[in-house]
Design a binder for this molecule. Structure first.
Ligand SMILES: Cc1cc2nc3c(=O)[nH]c(=O)nc-3n(C[C@H](O)[C@H](O)[C@H](O)COP(=O)(O)OP(=O)(O)OC[C@H]3O[C@@H](n4cnc5c(N)ncnc54)[C@H](O)[C@@H]3O)c2cc1C
Length: 280
C-alpha cells in the first residue's frame, strides 16, 4: 500500500482493484463479500496512513481509471477518481471560476467530497451541488445541496458509501485571472508546506479557536522525531515520513504530540488523517 499513499507507508493488501465502471465496483464488492473480505475504498491515498502489516481485504482504488470529466454550461460533472488538479484545469480552460482553491490539493474528487477538503477559504461545500454514490446495499443513490451535510473535514457520506460522481457548480470568470490565482495559491503552498517529504498533509484537524500547527510549535515539538517520523520543521501541522518511517513511528509520534499538547494546553488534537488497519 505504500505505493498507493502519499505517506509512502503501508504493507501489502490482499487485493487492489482498479475499477473502470460502476458495474465493476459493484462486482468487486459482491465478490469481496462472498469471500468475507472487508472492503476499503480509496482515492489518491493522500489523506491515509495504512498499517505496515498490510490490509486483509479488498482495496478499491478509484483513480485515473474512473475519472471522466464533462462540462455542461457552468456545471462540471466529474467521476470520483478525477484528480482535483485536473478538474481545476478543466474549469480554467472553460473560464469557470470557484475551484481554484482545490487545484493544489493532491487528492481525487471522491476523497475530497468525503473529507469536505478545503484550502485558502474555499471548501467542497461551496461548489458540490450533487453527489451520486452507492450505499451499503449497493443501491445507486444521490444527495443534493445540504443533504451532503458538509462540515469541517466531514460529510454525510459514511465509510460504507462509495462515491461515484459529483456535480460542481462554478461561475463565469476570466481564464487568465483563474490561472493567475491558481499559480499564486500553489506558490504559497510550496513556500509553506514540506512538499519534498512524503506526508498525508495536515495530520490534525484545526481545533476550534486554535491552529494545530501553532499549538504544536508552542509546545516545543517542531522537529520532534520518533524513528523516521518527524514533525516538519517547515510546517508543524505536518508529520512527515522523513526517513523510511514505519506505521508505528507515525502512530507513536501522533500520540506523543497529542499527549504533550493536551498536558501543556488542555487542547485535545484529533487526527485529520484517516488510519486504515485491520479490525482486531
Ligand atoms: C501535501 C499535501 C497537502 C494537502 N493539502 C490539503 C489541503 O489543503 N486541504 C485539504 O482538505 N486536504 C489536504 N490534503 C489531504 C488530502 O489531499 C485531501 O483530504 C484529499 O481530499 C484526499 O483525497 P484522496 O483522493 O487522496 O483520498 P484518500 O486519501 O484516498 O481517502 C480519504 C478518505 O476518503 C475516502 N474515499 C476516497 N475516495 C472515495 C470514494 N470514491 N468514495 C468513498 N470514499 C472515498 C477514503 O476511504 C478515506 O476515508 C493534503 C495532503 C497532502 C499530502
Amino acid at each position: 500500500m505504500k505505493n498507493h499513499t502519499s505517506f509512502k507507508i503501508g504493507g501489502e493488501a490482499s487485493f487492489v482493484v482498479l475499477p473502470e465502471s460502476t458495474d465493476e465496483i459493484i462486482s468487486a464488492v459482491n465478490c469481496a463479500r462472498e469471500y468475507d473480505y472487508p472492503v476499503f475504498v480509496i482515492g489518491n491515498g493522500s489523506n491515509l496512513l495504512v498499517d505496515g502489516k498490510g490490509l486483509f481485504g479488498v482495496v478499491i482504488k478509484l483513480g485515473a481509471n474512473f475519472s471522466g470529466i464533462s462540462v455542461n454550461g457552468e456545471t462540471i460533472e466529474a467521476y470520483s477518481g478525477a484528480y482535483l488538479s485536473k478538474i481545476a484545469n478543466e474549469a480554467q480552460k472553460n473560464s469557470l471560476g470557484g475551484f481554484e482553491f482545490a487545484s493544489g490539493i493532491p487528492g481525487t474528487l471522491g476523497g475530497a467530497v468525503k473529507m469536505n477538503a478545503g484550502a485558502y477559504g474555499g471548501e467542497m461545500k461551496d461548489v458540490v451541488i450533487k453527489t451520486v454514490y452507492l450505499d451499503k446495499n449497493l443501491n445507486l443513490c444521490e444527495k443534493t445541496g445540504g443533504e451532503q451535510m458538509f462540515a469541517y473535514r466531514t460529510s454525510a457520506f459514511c465509510d460504507d458509501d462509495i462515491i461515484i460522481k459529483s456535480y460542481i457548480k462554478l461561475n463565469r470568470k476570466n481564464a487568465d485571472e483563474i490561472r493567475a490565482e491558481m499559480l499564486d495559491l500553489n506558490a504559497r503552498r510550496k513556500e509553506k508546506q514540506p512538499l519534498n517529504y512524503p506526508s498525508a498533509g495536515s495530520t490534525f484537524k484545526r481545533p476550534e479557536g486554535y491552529f494545530a500547527a501553532k499549538l504544536i510549535d508552542d509546545c516545543g515539538l517542531r522537529g520532534k522525531s520518533i524513528g523516521g517520523a518527524h514533525v516538519s520543521d517547515k510546517h508543524c501541522g505536518f508529520i512527515v515520513n522523513y526517513d523510511n518511517a514505519s506505521f508505528d513511528d507515525v502512530i507513536n509520534l501522533i500520540d506523543f504530540v497529542k499527549k504533550t499538547v493536551y498536558e501543556k494546553t488542555g487542547v485535545m488534537l484529533c487526527e485529520e488523517v484517516k488510519i486504515l488497519k485491520n479490525k482486531d
